[in-house]
Design a protein around this ligand. Structure first.
Ligand code: CAA
Length: 256
């Protein structure tokens, strides 16, 4: 049914695997559509599903970001539309009434880290590297990263990650509260499952209510999100964006 994701349900847990390993699971439009469709349909409606784990296929990456090759020729208007749509997908995951855990199995960059940030919490393997490298492309994060990262790790560390665009290692992510556990790759999915299974013994109505309440306290204002969307779209009109993407595609350092 889906070209870019696979879903397996076992003992109440749906394992959603993003399956574009040759592109380090980069989120092209179709992949994000698949994820959104799954969350709005079978994951929501299947009563046997009580929790969801999102992970990436292959050994290298959870998700290395939005698909740069797909958006490389976007205009400002198209960039803004991409951000608005991406925000909608991430907001729906964040508000999902069943617990959603990101199992980060390698690179979680850009839109990939933003997807992980939209999940209710995160576990990572020891090789994981996390970052918001959009400034290297002449852009800023566009799927909620400027807001959710700051909420999670505080303004100072978020600023450092966003302004340097550098990746951090799993252990730093753990120390900063960006991920809740770091485990061996072989234990990654079982750790996420173990956490979900603790919740299956509790009231699913109470869990849904708790997700709603925690989220409500952190979304008093939509201003930051609107600012991000506009600035992300504006990035597509700049020479820096063209230089950043060209440098990425030609495997060289950008000159800004
Ligand atoms: N989009 C499209 N293709 C991507 C990609 C992305 N985000 N990330 C990796 N790929 C592709 C590469 O182009 C490469 O394809 P080819 O074999 O056809 O050349 C393949 O995946 C493997 O990648 P690399 O050869 O680059 O692997 P590496 O091990 O040398 O480097 C990496 C790994 C450091 C993650 C590097 O791939 C990288 O820097 N990727 C881009 C990360 C990035 O900038 N993400 C942010 C995207 S913008 C965004 O997400 C906007 C937003 O907020 C919504």
């Amino acid at each position: 049914m889906y070209n870019n994701i696979q879903i397996q349900v076992n003992d109440h847990t749906a394992l959603l695997e993003i399956n574009r390993p040759k592109n380090l699971n980069a989120l092209n439009r179709e992949t994000l559509e698949d994820i959104d469709h799954a969350f709005q349909n079978e994951l929501l409606n299947d009563e046997s599903v009580r929790g969801v784990i999102i992970t990436g296929a292959g050994e290298k990456a959870f998700v290395a970001g939005a698909d740069i090759k797909e958006f490389m020729h976007y205009s400002q208007e198209e960039g803004l539309a991409l951000a608005k749509w991406g925000h909608g997908v991430m907001n729906r995951i964040e508000a999902f009434p069943k617990p959603v855990i990101a199992a980060i199995n390698g690179f979680a960059l850009g839109g990939g880290l933003e997807l992980a940030l939209a999940c209710h919490f995160r576990v990572a393997n020891q090789q994981a590297k996390l970052g918001l490298p959009e400034v290297s492309l002449g852009l800023i994060p566009g799927y909620g990263g400027t807001q959710r990262l700051a909420q999670l790790v505080g303004k100072g560390k978020a600023m450092e990650m966003i302004l340097t665009g550098e990746m951090i290692h799993a252990q730093d992510a753990l120390n900063w509260g960006l991920v809740n556990y770091v485990v061996e790759q072989t234990d990654l999915i079982s750790k996420a499952m173990e956490l979900l299974e603790k919740m299956y013994g509790k009231s699913s109505n109470a869990i849904a209510a708790a997700i709603k309440a925690v989220n409500a306290g952190l979304s008093k204002s939509e201003d930051g999100f609107s600012t991000e969307m506009q600035a992300f779209g504006d990035g597509f009109g700049t020479p820096d964006f063209k230089e950043g993407v060209d440098a990425f595609l030609n495997k060289r350092k950008p000159k800004f």
